[in-house]
Design a protein around this ligand. Structure first.
Ligand code: CTP
Ligand code: CA
Length: 230
């Protein structure tokens, strides 16, 4: 039994992972999205599955098919992704938000294909809710809840922005990547990240496969949860 538990350290744990980019509709045939491939979130879901967790993967638009052996929930817009995440929080032990959520969506969605008319067209965008922040606020209001891991995609001042997001979104860890660096970020097979946590926790992971990043990240989560329990 000890050996089984040792090899499946997340057995009995519920892990919710978000992955991919959201899709914000303009009209029935057009939309706004981003370059997220979903690979980082998929790798995390796979490693959590391999460690025995019951994994739910809330996906936006992704390049490949999600891994087997996890519960997949397909979503499109940030608003729908928010609903699918929030309704599953109760009973979830770990939330990892690798999805690239659009910060803005079209103010209105046309029911019919928009016809061209004048020489220019202005698309009005409105702010989307911040799902990660809502998860943090949900936990704070409740006084208990999942361990929360957010991501941060940056092109400059990585540390400053990561620490700001850690505090503002009330999460336990922020995984920051400089998406302008070669070998990191959207669509690549590898990643280069820095993990920031409460109490000045910091660990830089040099370039490695997204699978290796996921493995190390889940080790860090395990240690941090142990620390919280003490
Ligand atoms: N996130 C979210 N909902 C949003 C925007 C972001 O849940 N509407 C989450 C992402 O899934 C990620 C983290 O917040 O885990 C950071 O995303 P990022 O785009 O780096 O940060 P923002 O707070 O959106 O700030 P900005 O884009 O201005 O840097
Ligand atoms: Ca953003």
């Amino acid at each position: 039994v000890a050996k089984l538990i040792g090899s499946k350290p997340l057995s009995g744990q519920r892990v919710l992972v978000t992955a991919g980019g959201t899709v914000e509709r303009i009209d029935p045939v057009r939309y706004i999205t981003n370059d997220s491939s979903g690979k980082m979130g998929f790798a995390i879901a796979e490693v959590a599955r391999d460690r025995g967790a019951e994994v739910t993967l809330v996906c936006g638009r992704t390049e490949a098919a999600p891994p087997n052996g996890v519960n997949v929930v397909h979503t499109d817009s940030a608003l729908r992704m928010r609903d699918e995440v929030m309704r599953r929080l109760d009973g979830t032990d770990i939330v990892i938000k690798a999805a690239a959520v659009a910060d803005y969506r079209p103010a209105s969605r046309a029911d019919q294909k928009i016809k061209k008319s004048s020489d220019s067209l202005t698309l009005e965008l409105v702010r989307n809710p911040d799902i990660l922040q809502e998860v943090g606020e949900w936990r704070e209001a409740r006084g208990s809840g999942p361990f929360i891991v957010g991501f941060a995609a940056e092109t400059a001042d990585v540390e400053k922005h990561a620490l700001d997001k850690l505090a503002r979104k009330k999460c336990d860890l922020i995984v920051a990547n400089n998406v302008s660096e070669a070998g990191a970020g959207f669509g690549t097979e590898t990643n280069i990240v820095s993990v920031y946590g409460r109490g000045d926790f910091f660990e830089h992971l040099p370039q490695m496969t997204k699978r290796a990043v996921a493995e190390r990240l889940l080790d860090i989560v395990k240690d941090a949860r142990k620390g919280l329990a003490n």
